[in-house]
Design a protein around this ligand. Structure first.
Ligand SMILES: Nc1ncnc2c1ncn2[C@@H]1O[C@H](COP(=O)(O)OP(=O)(O)OP(=O)(O)O)[C@@H](O)[C@H]1O
Ligand code: NI
Length: 316
């Protein structure tokens, strides 16, 4: 299978009053068609900005450099009109915040039907029926009733599934789900994960999941990239990342998961305005040496297909 999305040396910065925020700093990612890919990392490391860069949905103060090839065409060269034809149809985003992503004054059914009408030019009644079908497929109880309520009448998990439904209306071949399980309790989280995985297996869409929940990433993803301060610091199969992480940051992230006793990571993520020299993780790294404070490590291959940005990955 070919590569559906190829991100090359992506740099996304925001020009703010306080300085230039380097949210994404030289990211390379290649998503194979039909596969599931996870992007993990702490809050503020640039995950959502990466997703929004692909969708070209960034505010005006953003500057994007590099290349984002979707089926061989560079999205950064597309006109806004070309992007609009792609968005929702070929590439869809389930945004991070379900509360603010739904229109509070429109009934759920109308929002889904509108999305369907937009993509498929369906008559209103057919769009409504199709919307109901999608909701029942997403295992929302009483889909007909759900169609008739307003967003605030739904729980967080239901809103997530409604957004997933809207995301799928255009039958995209690339779906970007940003924190699809954020703020959900364990039971609902499992349901949303099950729905997403069922959805991609039925539609054969390629899935990019952005999450800081490693468990969600393990359950959903074949490949995983770990991001720190705008960079990829480790990349490999989900199995490699979870069973034999190489980067000290990935190890710390795993140790901080609830199943491992929630041992929090020391220190804070660096400011993306004033990044430390050398390895960006060195101020928080228990293994840092002098060279780590001075030289910025490149991504190095450990075993086939596993990349890590640490000069001492094979020690310790
Ligand atoms: N419009 C903007 N203007 C300035 N800075 C921004 C803007 N949008 C995002 N940023 C900054 O870019 C950085 C990356 O943000 P991003 O939302 O991608 O983080 P994230 O990894 O998705 O975190 P979370 O897990 O909390 O969603 C942050 O430092 C954020 O403050
Ligand atoms: Ni985010």
């Amino acid at each position: 299978m070919g590569c559906i999305l190829s991100i090359q040396d992506l740099k996304t910065s925001f020009y703010t009053r306080n300085g230039v925020v380097k949210a994404v700093e030289g990211v390379d990612l290649h998503l194979e068609e039909g596969k599931t890919f996870g992007l993990i990392g702490e809050t503020g490391c640039g995950k959502s900005v990466l997703g929004l860069s692909v969708m070209r949905l960034l505010p005006r103060n953003a500057r994007v450099e590099g290349k984002i090839f979707y089926r061989g065409q560079d999205l950064l060269q597309f006109s806004e009109g070309q992007m609009q034809r792609l968005r929702g149809k070929k590439i869809a985003l389930i945004p991070q915040n379900p509360g603010s992503s739904l229109n509070p004054v429109l009934k759920i059914g109308i929002q889904i039907a509108e999305a369907l009408q937009l993509h498929h030019r369906l008559p209103r009644e057919q769009a409504w029926a199709k919307g109901r079908e999608i909701l029942s497929w997403l295992k929302l109880p009483a889909p007909e009733n759900t169609m008739r309520v307003y967003p605030h009448q739904l729980s967080g998990g239901m809103k997530q599934r409604v957004l997933a439904a809207i995301g799928m209306t255009g039958a995209p071949d690339l779906l970007i789900a940003d924190e699809p399980t954020k703020g959900l309790d364990a039971v609902i989280r499992s349901q949303v994960v099950a729905v997403l995985s069922q959805m991609v297996s039925q539609t054969k869409a390629t899935l990019l999941v952005i999450t800081h929940d490693l468990k969600v990433a393990t359950r959903l993803c074949q490949q995983v990239a770990v991001m720190y301060a705008g960079e990829i610091v480790e990349l490999g199969t989900a199995e490699q990342i979870f069973n034999s992480p190489r980067h000290p940051y990935t190890r710390a992230l795993l140790a901080a998961q609830p199943v491992n006793g929630l041992k929090p990571l020391d220190g804070f993520s660096p400011s993306l305005i004033n990044l430390p020299p050398g390895c960006k993780f060195h101020p928080r790294c228990g293994y840092a040496r002098e060279v780590c404070r001075q030289e910025h490590p490149p991504l190095m291959e450990t075993i086939a297909g596993n990349l890590v940005r640490c000069m001492f990955f094979d020690q310790g």
